[in-house]
Design a protein around this ligand. Structure first.
Ligand code: PFF
Length: 454
């Protein structure tokens, strides 16, 4: 994955490499596809504000916790707990993370496949002269089809497997440096186009003017789940990446940089989408197709739309790729270090199983749509279980682990490797991970699944 350190374990090659990889993991479909659509479903600004609160009070401390566990142990998500707390039950937190990685990547690969399809459509000028209704219809037909989305998902999973196998330093680490800033530029251009559309104000009001009476328990749980999903937390991705971080790195700076980048891109994506949603009369709560319907409508209406649509969907695919490799890496590092499979074999094995699960996810939008569990198709079920159950629970245990088990001394040592910190900072952090994060997660979680009625 990267250069080896003296102990023979892979390491990222530079400070920038660390941030690029971790931000590459965080910034992905979660920011550009999922954030706008769930914000639409759960009523707009109130959801956004709750989400931001969770990012700050829970996301940031849990991210720092994962990096601490990873670098301290220099192991995969499961091995890390085994090493830091031998012969204890903590290792099951790691197993849960590996399970979550399977589920997330299965449906993630499907959406990334849609994005690849939209690259092709953009090149073929497929959005030309299409009304929002027609684009909506086109999307609905495409995702329900039996072959095309499956093929694109398989292509995407193949690419993911290939990069993880080759190692990310020469492939992704070099390229994200150029591609991520380019993604920001494209989104900014789309933002300018969106906010200058007639009627844009209504979209901005929807996104930034909260009406808390619209919030439901389920909305709050989804905001929490999405905070974890978007920051790549709760399943050991940043434990795994943290295990490749060198000892000079300042983990606090890394965590802050990644969190800010991730949050900014989500908000910029929202600003690109909601004004257009209202300007073109698209339903804000229309679900997973929101980006795939709204943005082509915008491209249709703007000068240079042809080029922008190609660039946008290429970059969306790249953003998805830098996230999917981090998810696959969780499973591969586990198979390789714990089950002692060769890295290459571990990668093929994990990629194939996940790709097959992904095929079922894709088909659950069409020919398997009648097979539902709790009223959810297979795709939505995996999304719901992983984001709303496994990631928050993982986050709960990770913060408890750092707060109670690892202890102040080891935490301090690990954070101070990159520079000294004040006693006050340390106390605040320990307080957050000991009490605030676990308590808040537990309450939101119990309320969200209906076990608590407040
Ligand atoms: N954070 C990624 C996104 O927002 O698209 C998705 C993701 C990556 C979730 C890694 C979980 C994870 F461990």
């Amino acid at each position: 994955m990267a250069e080896k350190n003296k102990g023979g374990r892979a390491e990222f090659s530079s400070k920038f490499g660390v941030i690029a990889a971790a931000a590459g993991s965080a910034v992905g479909l979660g920011n550009i596809w999922k954030f706008p659509y769930i914000t639409g479903v759960y009523g707009g600004a109130a959801f956004l504000f709750v989400y931001l609160g969770f990012i700050l009070a829970i996301g940031l401390p849990v991210m720092l916790s994962e990096l601490i566990i990873g670098r301290r142990s220099r192991r995969n998500a499961f091995g890390a707990f085994k090493k830091l707390a031998p012969k204890s039950m903590w290792r099951y937190v790691g197993i849960m993370g590996v399970g979550a990685a399977f589920m997330i990547l299965a449906f993630y690969g499907v959406v990334a496949g849609w994005s690849v399809e939209y690259v092709v459509l953009s090149v073929l000028n497929g959005f030309k002269s299409q009304s929002p209704e027609q684009l909506n219809e086109m999307f609905a037909q495409f995702i329900a089809a039996p072959f095309r989305p499956v093929i694109y998902q398989l292509v995407f999973m193949f690419l993911t497997g290939l990069i993880v196998m080759v190692g990310i330093k020469n492939g992704i680490e070099k390229n994200v440096k150029i591609l991520m800033p380019l993604l920001v530029v494209i989104i900014l251009v789309l933002d300018v186009r969106a906010v200058t559309l007639p009627g844009a104000g209504e979209g901005l009001r929807f996104l930034f003017h909260p009406d808390f009476s619209k919030l439901t328990g389920e909305g709050i749980l989804s905001a929490l789940g999405h905070a974890f999903f978007s920051l790549s937390l709760g399943m050991g991705t940043l434990i795994t990446y943290g295990s490749y971080i060198d000892k000079e790195n300042n983990l606090i700076n890394t965590a802050i940089n990644v969190t800010v980048a991730d949050t900014m891109i989500a908000i910029l994506a929202g600003v690109a989408i909601f004004p257009a949603v209202f300007a073109f009369g698209i339903e804000a709560g229309s679900g997973p197709g929101l980006v795939f319907i709204t943005l082509p409508t915008v491209f249709e209406q703007m000068p240079g739309g042809y080029v922008f649509s190609i660039l946008f969907f290429v970059l969306l695919t790249v953003a998805a790729l830098t996230s999917s490799i981090s998810i696959l890496e969780v499973v591969v590092a586990y198979f390789h270090e714990e089950l002692k499979l060769k890295r290459k074999i571990a990668t093929v094995f994990a990629t194939v199983i996940i790709a097959l699960l992904g095929v079922i996810c894709s088909l659950s939008m069409g020919i398997f749509e009648d097979y539902t569990f709790f009223d959810l198709n297979f795709f939505d079920l995996l999304d719901w279980i992983s984001a709303n159950l496994l990631l928050p629970l993982g986050g709960l245990f990770i913060s408890l682990f750092v707060g109670w088990k690892l202890g102040r001394k080891r935490v301090r040592e690990e954070i101070e490797k990159g520079g000294s910190i004040s006693a006050l900072f340390l106390s605040v952090f320990i307080f957050l991970v000991r009490f605030i994060a676990p308590f808040a997660i537990a309450i939101v979680f119990l309320k969200g699944i209906g076990l608590l009625n407040i």
